[in-house]
Design a protein around this ligand. Structure first.
Ligand code: GLU
Length: 903
C-alpha cells in the first residue's frame, strides 16, 4: 500500500515538474493564477486539478495547462493587476485567470479581464451579476442558495425564529428568508453577530431571555465552533434549540463535543462526501498530505470552495478542449497599456457557460451565466456525527429522506441518556410527597409516579420530580398572556425551574396545546360537583305505593273495575253460570247467577289480594276471563313485591341541588373552583348562560369561594356548606373515601389528562406512543384501580341502590303488556260467552218452537233489562215461567236429562 502511495506521489511530482518545464510551448495554454497566502487550499486544489488534467490529457493532442503560480497580498489590487499584466505580456499571453480571492483584488482583476476579454474563472461566492464581467463562477447562484434556505425553513414550518447575520453579504444570502418572513404570520428577530465582537455569550443570553429557540445563523465557518461552545456554556444546547447554519462547510468541523447535547444542529452542503469522485480525490489528497503536508487535509471533509476550484479547472479544461477541437485556439501576448483583446476569449467564455458535466460538486450547469440546478444535501448533527437527512433541489424542493423510524431510533437513543426533570403538583392520588423514602427508595408515589415508572422502564430515561413553586396547574395572564404554573415552567424551561415534562392531573386544553405539546390522554374525565351528603329523610309513610308508578295504579284500578263488570256481563250471557240454588231439590225451577255485580267485584279483588274467593266461575267464558285476570295479578303482584323491599328500606335524601343549573340558581350554597386551573377556565370561557352566571358569581366572590388546591377544596366541602366544582377523577377519589361526600349531577364536559412538554420537545411522540401502549395493555387501568380503589380502607355504601329503586318504580311501559293480555283475555271470554249464549238461544228456540230472534230478544231482555240474578225455570220443555216478576225462557236445569246441558 505504502509502495503504491509513494509511486503515485512520484508520478505527480514528475508531472508538476513537466508542466513547469513546458512553459513557452505554444501548444500549451498558459493561465494566470494568483492566490493570497490564506487561500493555500485553493492554490493546492488548482495545482492538483491542473496536474490531473495534464496527466489525463483532458485537453487532447498532448496540450497542457501551464501556469506560474503567484502569491499576492490580500486586498492588494495593484499587485494583483501587475501580476496579471505581466502574465498577459508574456510571449504567448494567457488563456484565463484564476484568482485572486480577496474582494478588492478580485474586482480589479475582473475589470482587467473584462477589458482584454480574458476569461476570469472563480470558485467562490460572489453575488455580483457575472454578466457584468468577463467572468464565470462554478459557485452556485446566490439566489438559488437563498431559495434553498428559505424552502427548508418553510418545510420545517418555522413561523417564529431569529436570524443572526455577520455582514452585508449575509443579508444577500438570507434575502429569500427575509422576504418569506415578511408575512403577517411570521415573527422574525434579526441580530447582527459583529456587534458582539466575537464574544457571543451576551448575544446568546439575550436570545435565551427572549425564548428564541429557532435560529438561522449566517457566519463564517470558522466562527461556528466558538459560537456553539458559548451557547453550551449558557445552557443553550438542549433539545429545544435548533441552530441552522447557512454555511456549506459544516461537515468540515469537528462538532463531536456537541453531539450529545440534544440541540438540533443542521446545515446544507454542496459536496457529498459519499460521492465516488470526492472519495477518490480525498484519498489522493490524503496521500499528498502525508508526504507534502498539504493544508487541504486535516479537515474532516473537503471545503466547498476547494472542491469548486477543482471543478473550475476541469470545467475550463473541458471547454478549452471542446473549443480547440472545433477551431484553432491560440493565445497571444497582450499589453495592459495598449488596447487589444484576446480573440478567442469570448468563445471560450461561452463554451464554458454552455458546458454540462458532473464534478465534485455535482452537476455543473449554467443558466444565464449562473450556476443553477444544484443539489444540496441537508445535514444534521446526530449522536453518530453529521448525517445527511435529506436533500434539496430547485425542482423537487426539500425532500427529507431520514425516515421516521430512524428519527425515532435516534430520539430514543438520546432519551436513554437523559434525566428528565418533571414538574408536578402534589395532589393525591396523582403524586404524594413522602417524608421518607419508600421501599423503592423514592420520595414520591402515586398514580403519576407509577405511570412515570412504567414509561421510564420502557423508554430508559431517568427522572427527577419537583413541585411547582406556586402549586399551580397553569393559566395565562389576561393582560400579559404570560403563563404561570406548570405550563409556565415548561415555557420558561431554561430558567432555574427548568422542566422537561409536566406530569400531574393536568388537563389537555386548546389554549395550553398552543404553547406546549401534550401526549395522548391517559385518563378521561369531566367537570362535576362534589357536595356534602344531606341528612337522610325517614322513609315515606306511603312508600308502599312507590313500587308502581301512579299511572300503573290508576290503570290497575280501572282494569279491576272493567274486569269485574265484564265478568258480570259474561256470566249473564253464558247459560252455564245460571244454577239451581237448591241442589238438593233437583226439581226446583229456580236458577241463580252467582256473578252479581258485588260478587264479581269480590271475586276479582279476592284474587288481586291473593286471597282467593268462595265464588268460582264455571263457564268457559268466565273461566277464561278469570284465568287472564289471575295471570295479570300474578305478574303485577310479583313485580310490586320485588320492588317493595327496596322502597321500604330506602332512606331518601333531601338533596337541595341536583345539578349545576340548580347550583347556579341559588345563593344559599356557595360554590367555587380551583383558583388557577382548567375548571375555572371552562366557566370563564363558556358561552352557556348557566355557566356564565356561575362564573360571574365565582369571580365576584373569588376570595371566599375559590381555592388554592383540590385538597383545600375537598376540605371546604367537608367542613362548610360549600359545593366544589372539580374534575370527576379527583371527585371519584374523594367520594370513595369520604362517605359523607357525594357527586352531584352529571359531567359538564369531557376531556383528558396528558403529560405536557415544551413545544417541539423530541420526547413527546415517544411518551405518547408508550402511553397508548400502556393503555392497551390495561396497565393504566390497573394503576387507576390501585390508587382509587385498592388503596382505600373505607367502603362507602353507595347511593346506587336508592338511585336504582327510585328510577325503577314500575311504569306503564314496564307492565303495559300485562294489561294488554288482560284486555285480550276479557274480550276472548266475552266472545265465548256470546257463543254460548247464541247456542243456548238456538236450542231453546227449537224447544219452545219460537223463532230464534224472539227467543233471543227475551233472553236479552232478561239479561239487560230485568237484571236479576235469580229466576224460576219453566218446564223442562222450556216453557216460560215467572219468578219474582222475571220471565225467562229458562234453560232447564231439571230434569236430569237437561242438567247435562248445564254442566
Ligand atoms: N386538572 C386541572 C388543570 O389541569 C386542575 C384542576 C381543576 O382545574 O379542577 O388545570
Amino acid at each position: 500500500m505504502r509502495g503504491i502511495q509513494e509511486f503515485t506521489i512520484w508520478i505527480l511530482t514528475l508531472s508538476i515538474v513537466y508542466v513547469q518545464r513546458t512553459d513557452g510551448d505554444n501548444k500549451n495554454y498558459r493561465v494566470a493564477t494568483l492566490f493570497e497566502p490564506e487561500y493555500e487550499s485553493l492554490r493546492l486544489a488548482f495545482n492538483n486539478a491542473a496536474t490531473n488534467v495534464n496527466i489525463q490529457e483532458k485537453l487532447g493532442q498532448g496540450r497542457n495547462i501551464i501556469f506560474d503560480m503567484r502569491t499576492v497580498k490580500p486586498q492588494d489590487s495593484f499587485e494583483a493587476n501587475k501580476e496579471v499584466c505581466r502574465e498577459m505580456r508574456s510571449r504567448d499571453g494567457i488563456a484565463a485567470v484564476f484568482g485572486p480571492i480577496s474582494s478588492m483584488s478580485r474586482a480589479h482583476v475582473q475589470s482587467l479581464c473584462n477589458a482584454f476579454e480574458i476569461p476570469h474563472i472563480q470558485s467562490i461566492w460572489d453575488p455580483r451579476e457575472p454578466r457584468e464581467y468577463f467572468s464565470v463562477s462554478v459557485y452556485p447562484d446566490h439566489n438559488e442558495l437563498s431559495k434553498a434556505y428559505a424552502d427548508l425553513l418553510t418545510y420545517w414550518g418555522w413561523k417564529e425564529f431569529t436570524v443572526i447575520y455577520e455582514d452585508g453579504d449575509s443579508l444577500i444570502r438570507l434575502q429569500k428568508i427575509l422576504e418569506t418572513a415578511r408575512g403577517t404570520d411570521y415573527t422574525m428577530t434579526i441580530r447582527q453577530l459583529e456587534m458582539y465582537q466575537n464574544k457571543y455569550t451576551s448575544l446568546l443570553k439575550e436570545i435565551k431571555e427572549k425564548h428564541e429557540y429557532k435560529l438561522v445563523i449566517d457566519c463564517h465557518t470558522s466562527k461556528i465552533k466558538q459560537f456553539l461552545q458559548e451557547a453550551d456554556s449558557v445552557n443553550m444546547l438542549s433539545e429545544y434549540y435548533h441552530y441552522h447554519f447557512t454555511t456549506l462547510d459544516l461537515s468540515q468541523l469537528d462538532l463531536d463535543q456537541f453531539m450529545h447535547k440534544g440541540a438540533n444542529i443542521t446545515s446544507m452542503r454542496l459536496i457529498d462526501p459519499n460521492n465516488k469522485d470526492v472519495r477518490n480525490m480525498m484519498v489522493d489528497w490524503r496521500i499528498r498530505h502525508t508526504y507534502l503536508s498539504s493544508p487541504l487535509l486535516g479537515m474532516r471533509a473537503i471545503a466547498t470552495e476547494t472542491a469548486l476550484m477543482y471543478d473550475a479547472v476541469y470545467m475550463y479544461a473541458r471547454a478549452l478542449k471542446g473549443l480547440a477541437s472545433a477551431q484553432n485556439v491560440s493565445t497571444e501576448s497582450l499589453n495592459c497599456n495598449k488596447q487589444g483583446t484576446w480573440k478567442k476569449g469570448l468563445s471560450l467564455l461561452n463554451y464554458m457557460k454552455a458546458i454540462e458535466y458532473n464534478g465534485l460538486s455535482g452537476k455543473i450547469k449554467f443558466y444565464d451565466g449562473k450556476r443553477k440546478d444544484i443539489r444540496l444535501g441537508i445535514i444534521s448533527l446526530t449522536q453518530k456525527g453529521i448525517i445527511e437527512i435529506g436533500h434539496w433541489t430547485n425542482k423537487t424542493g426539500v425532500n427529507i429522506t431520514f425516515t421516521h423510524k430512524e428519527k425515532v431510533y435516534n430520539d430514543l437513543e438520546r432519551l436513554r441518556n437523559t434525566t428528565l426533570r418533571i414538574v408536578t403538583v402534589y395532589d393525591p392520588p396523582y403524586v404524594y410527597n413522602l417524608s421518607e423514602p419508600n421501599e423503592k427508595g423514592q420520595m414520591h408515589e402515586g398514580f403519576i409516579v407509577d405511570l412515570l415508572d412504567a414509561l421510564s422502564a420502557k423508554l430508559g430515561f431517568k427522572y427527577e420530580i419537583y413541585e411547582q413553586e406556586k402549586r399551580d396547574y397553569g393559566s395565562a395572564d389576561d393582560t400579559t398572556g404570560k403563563w404561570n404554573g406548570m405550563i409556565g415552567d415548561l415555557i420558561e424551561r431554561d430558567s432555574v425551574n427548568k422542566a422537561d415534562v409536566a406530569a400531574a392531573g393536568l388537563t389537555i386544553t386548546y389554549d395550553r396545546a398552543r404553547v406546549v405539546d401534550f401526549t395522548m390522554p391517559f385518563l378521561n374525565l369531566g367537570i362535576t360537583i362534589i357536595y356534602r351528603k344531606p341528612d337522610s329523610k325517614p322513609p315515606d309513610l306511603f312508600s308502599f305505593l312507590s313500587p308502581l308508578s301512579p299511572d300503573v295504579w290508576i290503570y290497575m284500578i280501572a282494569a279491576y273495575l272493567c274486569v269485574s263488570f265484564m265478568l258480570f256481563v259474561i256470566a249473564r250471557f253464558t247459560p252455564y253460570e245460571w244454577e239451581n240454588p237448591h241442589p238438593c231439590n233437583e226439581d226446583s225451577e229456580e236458577v241463580e247467577n252467582q256473578f252479581t255485580i258485588l260478587n264479581s267485584l269480590w271475586f276479582t279483588i279476592g284474587s288481586l289480594m291473593q286471597q282467593g274467593c268462595d265464588i268460582m266461575p264455571k263457564a268457559i267464558s268466565t273461566r277464561s276471563v278469570a284465568i287472564f285476570w289471575w295471570f295479570f295479578v300474578l305478574i303485577l303482584v310479583s313485580s310490586y313485591t320485588a320492588n317493595l323491599a327496596a322502597f321500604l328500606t330506602m332512606s331518601r335524601m333531601n338533596v337541595p341541588i341536583k345539578n349545576a343549573e340548580d347550583l347556579s340558581k341559588q345563593v344559599l350554597i356557595p360554590y367555587g373552583t380551583l383558583m388557577s386551573g382548567s375548571t375555572r377556565n371552562f366557566f370563564k370561557k363558556s358561552n352557556m348562560t348557566t355557566y356564565k352566571r356561575m362564573y360571574a358569581y365565582m369571580s365576584a366572590n373569588e376570595e371566599k369561594v375559590m381555592v388554592g388546591g383540590n385538597t383545600e377544596g375537598f376540605h371546604k366541602v367537608k367542613t362548610e356548606n360549600y359545593a366544589f366544582l372539580a374534575e370527576s377523577t379527583s371527585i371519584d377519589y374523594q367520594v370513595q373515601r369520604n362517605c359523607d361526600l357525594m357527586q352531584v349531577g352529571d359531567l359538564l364536559d369531557s376531556k383528558g389528562y396528558g403529560l405536557a412538554a415544551p413545544k417541539d420537545s423530541p420526547w413527546i411522540d415517544l411518551l405518547s406512543t408508550e402511553i397508548v401502549n400502556l393503555q392497551e395493555k390495561q396497565d393504566i387501568a390497573s394503576f387507576y384501580k390501585k390508587w382509587w380503589v385498592d388503596k382505600s380502607d373505607i367502603v362507602c355504601e353507595t347511593e346506587e341502590k336508592d338511585k336504582s329503586a327510585s328510577s325503577s318504580a314500575l311504569g306503564i311501559a314496564n307492565v303495559g303488556g300485562v294489561f294488554v293480555v288482560l284486555a285480550g283475555g276479557s274480550i276472548f271470554g266475552l266472545l265465548v260467552s256470546i257463543l254460548e249464549f247464541l247456542w243456548k238461544v238456538g236450542r231453546n228456540a227449537r224447544a219452545d218452537k219460537q223463532s230464534f230472534w224472539s227467543e233471543m230478544t227475551e233472553e236479552l231482555r232478561f239479561i239487560f233489562v230485568r237484571c236479576k240474578s235469580t229466576r224460576n225455570t219453566g218446564e223442562s220443555t222450556g216453557k216460560t215461567v215467572e219468578n219474582n216478576g222475571v220471565t225467562f225462557n229458562a234453560v232447564p236445569t231439571v230434569p236430569t236429562a237437561n242438567k247435562e246441558t248445564f254442566d
